[in-house]
Write a protein that binds this ligand. Structure first.
Ligand SMILES: O=P(O)(O)OC[C@H]1O[C@H](OP(=O)(O)OP(=O)(O)O)[C@H](O)[C@@H]1O
Ligand SMILES: Nc1nc2[nH]cnc2c(=O)[nH]1
Length: 181
């Protein structure tokens, strides 16, 4: 399937399901090496990262790994509102833990920056950051990403957890908004 229609917009295939799975696998294997002996706590940023987090976490073999969920929201349609809303915070104790933040996308960087601040407030031992997709041209804040699946141009994407007006999250590949949309 080379193009998809999501609501009123057309999107073109940009990262295939096979390429995503291959890259996710590589990242998970690297994490298994880096996190050995650290009893890491993975933090999935809902909603968008649920698919990435699930695919990564299934392949984590590090002893005493656990996962929790944190929910923020800022996008409406294809645009960021610039304001982050905290919808669901942490219930776990992050103090002195190795925390691995799992994001689907770092775009302007505002969400990841906000997440890092909130995680830091809980005094973790260290923080690793993983994102499946990164838009370097769009990112407005300095952020140190430990694991990046794909660097992509500054265009709106959908699929593999990412939505357009709540739709399209179930697509197993990533699609980019068509040029003429
Ligand atoms: O780098 P930024 O410009 O801040 O954008 C990245 C964030 O945008 C999306 O979340 P969204 O606010 O759409 O919520 P959702 O995950 O529930 O779709 C995505 O899941 C990231 O968390
Ligand atoms: N669906 C979607 N959500 C985003 N959040 C930040 N950037 C994007 C994007 O390109 N697509």
């Amino acid at each position: 399937m080379k193009t998809v229609q999501v609501l009123d917009k057309r999107f073109k295939l940009s990262i295939s399901e096979e390429d995503i799975q291959k890259r996710v696998n590589e990242i998970a294997q690297q994490m298994n090496k880096d996190l050995e002996g650290k009893s890491p706590l993975f933090v999935c940023i809902l909603n968008g990262a649920f698919m990435f987090a699930s695919d990564i976490f299934k392949q984590i073999t590090v002893e005493n790994s656990s996962i929790t969920f944190f929910r923020l929201s800022s996008y409406v349609g294809t645009k960021s509102t610039g304001k982050i809303k905290l919808i669901m915070g942490f219930t776990e104790d992050l103090a002195n833990r190795t925390v691995v933040i799992l994001e689907d996308i770092v775009d302007t960087g505002v969400t990841i920056q906000n997440t890092i601040e909130q995680v830091k407030a809980h005094k973790p031992k260290e923080i690793y950051i993983a994102t499946l997709v990164y838009k370097p041209e769009a990112c407005k804040v300095p952020v140190n990403l430990d694991y990046v699946g794909f660097e992509i141009p500054n265009k709106f994407i959908v699929g593999y957890g990412l939505d357009y007006d709540l739709m399209g999250r179930n697509l197993p590949a990533i699609y980019t908004l068509a040029e003429d949309e």
